[in-house]
Design a protein around this ligand. Structure first.
Ligand SMILES: NC(=O)c1ccc[n+]([C@@H]2O[C@H](COP(=O)([O-])OP(=O)(O)OC[C@H]3O[C@@H](n4cnc5c(N)ncnc54)[C@H](OP(=O)(O)O)[C@@H]3O)[C@@H](O)[C@H]2O)c1
Length: 339
């Protein structure tokens, strides 16, 4: 961890040309990176920015903060309830998006948890439910909605074309040898959900391992969703780098010193880090299935044991997809229909 270096003052690759008049969903947007990404989108002239939050009071405070700091009209930012600990909640959120939004240009799937206690939701440890299963459930349910709306927009005269993007916020901590995630993965790789749910798993280790699951799964999912020219959909993974946020509020005491040190030395502000989320939301087909970080191609930093192991990518996606099928039968096939 001491060897981490990362550029700061990142470029803002999203512009009024790429964002004005568009509609965005940002999950976990009441604080941290999600809040700052939503603020940028409002500033850049987005027509609608939906803050998906589990705590409505905190979401409303975030909206007031964005409204006041950007001077955008009160109608641009909306606060919608979204608790990724509940599949019903994810379903209700997607239904509302289908009913109320004319277009969805990008969904930034940013919400995540890192916990040092074993807590369950929907029968799994929370990091699995929140960071992986609900994140991919939302992608599976939203993707057909986004495509349908994009088609309708394309048939309208003079409208801005929609290229739906699903941006999953991951983390290179998954590849960091010092976290031990690679070694831990060896023990659970046949069935990572079962392995992470096991009572013997050290709770805080699940964070990096769920981020590894995302990294493997996205690569396979993107291969299923090709060619981009036909599907019209871009799915990418971004890593914001080390940023000062409240993410590590539940970290175990032995990690607090490391986190404090990183925050005092190399960390980006949440605003700086949020620029990587915006990059994902406007990146082109070249980003499909790829890692972006520091507002550039992040592929050189994906280790070969992740990049080249297509069997592991397929297996990880299969384990996730099996669970999604139990939750919402037919959703995976429907998601892949466009390919
Ligand atoms: N900060 C970093 O150094 C860093 C590095 C690499 C990757 N990341 C990734 O960046 C993303 C954003 O994290 P952050 O650093 O901005 O942390 P953060 O400030 O803790 O924000 C996390 C967000 O996720 C929300 N969330 C947690 N559980 C949820 C649930 N069940 N349903 C809905 N929302 C939920 C939180 O809501 P509450 O406020 O209600 O808890 C909060 O809005 C995460 O995916 C994280 O893994 C961060």
């Amino acid at each position: 961890m001491d060897t981490i270096t990362q550029p700061r003052n990142l470029p803002l690759l999203a512009t009024p040309e790429t964002c004005a008049g568009r509609t965005y969903i940002v999950t976990g947007a009441n604080t941290g990176l999600g809040l700052e990404a939503a603020r940028h989108l409002a500033t850049l002239g987005a027509a609608k920015v939906i803050l998906g939050v589990r705590n409505l009071a905190s979401g409303e405070a975030a909206k007031r903060d964005i409204d006041n700091s950007t001077g955008t009209g009160a109608a641009v930012v909306e606060v919608w309830p979204l608790d990724l600990c509940s599949y019903d909640n994810v379903r209700a959120f997607v239904r509302r998006a289908a009913d109320e939004l004319d277009r969805i240009d990008a969904v930034i799937e940013n919400a995540a948890v890192a916990l040092s206690e074993r807590e369950l939701a929907e029968g799994h440890v929370k990091p699995v439910t929140v960071n992986v299963l609900s994140t991919f459930l939302m992608a599976a349910l939203l993707l057909p909605v986004m495509r349908e709306k994009a088609g309708k927009v394309a048939r309208g005269e003079g409208d801005l074309v929609v290229v739906p993007r699903i941006v999953v916020v991951g983390s290179r901590v998954a590849f960091d040898e010092s976290t031990g995630a690679r070694v831990d993965w060896e023990g659970i790789k046949e069935d990572p959900i079962k392995g992470l749910d096991d009572e013997g798993m050290v709770p805080f280790k699940t964070y990096a391992l769920t981020k590894l699951m995302e990294a493997f799964a996205i690569r396979h999912l993107a291969r299923e969703l090709v060619p981009v020219e036909k599907t019209g959909v871009i799915v990418n993974l971004i890593c914001p780098g080390v940023c000062v946020t409240s993410l590590m509020r539940n970290s175990p005491p032995e990690l607090k010193g490391v986190v404090t040190h990183l925050y005092a030395t190399v960390a980006r502000t949440a605003e700086d880090g949020s620029r990587t989320l915006l990059h994902g939301a406007v990146a082109g087909p070249e980003s499909h299935g790829k890692l972006l970080h520091s507002c550039q191609d992040g592929e050189p930093d994906v280790p070969d044991w992740v990049k080249d192991d297509t069997k592991m990518q397929a297996r990880t996606w299969e384990v996730i997809a099996n669970e999604l099928e139990l939750v919402e039968p037919g959703c995976v096939a429907k998601m892949l229909e466009c390919a």
